[in-house]
Design a protein around this ligand. Sequence first.
Ligand code: ZN
Length: 257
Amino acid sequence: MNIFDTHAHLLDEQFDADREQLLVSLPEQGITHVMEACCDEAGIDRVIELVARTPYFYGSAGVHPHSADEWKPETADHIRAALGHERMVAIGEIGLDYHYDFSPRETQRDCFDAQLALAAELRRPVIIHDREAHGDTMDLLRHYRGRLSGVMHCFSASYEIAKECIDLGLYIAFGGALTFRNAVNQWAIAAKLPLDRLLIETDCPYMTPVPFRGKRNDPSLIVYTLDKLSELRGADREALAEILYDNSFRAFGIEQA
Ligand SMILES: [Zn+2]
C-alpha cells in the first residue's frame, strides 16, 4: 500500500531530535510521498533544502495567514523563484485564520489574495488554510473561478462549501480531526463527497489522530485517518488508499511515475 501524506510540517522544531530517523523510516511504513507545507518566507528556503535531499518529498512555498503581516511585494518573487526548483509544486499554505487572528484580518485577506493571484498567473495549485473564516475565504476563491487548482487543507466547513470548492477545482483534505469523537459533521461530509476529490493528510506535528491524541503527530499515523475514512465510506481500506494516492498526484498536478 502506498500513501501520500498531502500536508506535513517535518521542519517543525518538534522533529529536531529525530527528523533524520523519521525521514528514513517513512517509506518502509508505506508513506511513499509527503507534501511539506511552508508557513512563512523564512521557511521557503528550508523547504527547498528538505525537498532537494529527500526524494519522496514535494514542497510548497507561501505565507500562512499567521504570518500575513510579513508579506511584501518581493515575497511573490521569492515564491516564484522557489517554484523553479524540482518538486516544489504548490503555493501554500495560504488562507485566512480568524480563530487566532495573529495578523489583522484585512492584512490576511490581502496576503491571501496576492498569493491566489500569483497561483493563477503561474497555473500552480494552492494549499488553503481556512479556520473560522469560511465566508471571506469563499468570497476570495470565487474571484478565481476557472483559474484554481489545489487543496482545501484540514477541511472544517459545511457540505455545501465542500461542494462549491470542488466545483471551483479544489480537492478536500481530511486529517486527524476526522477521528475525533465529536467530528460528527465532518463524518457525514467525508462519507458523501465524490471519492475522486478526497485526500488525506496529517498536518503533523499537529492534529494527531485518535488513539494518539495529545502526542506528537507524524506521517506514519495517517493510517488512522485512512481507517476512519474507509469505515465512513464502507470502502475496502487498500482500494481506498489507492484512490486517495492517485488523487494526491492529480490535486498537485504532479505526473505520476
Ligand atoms: Zn499546516
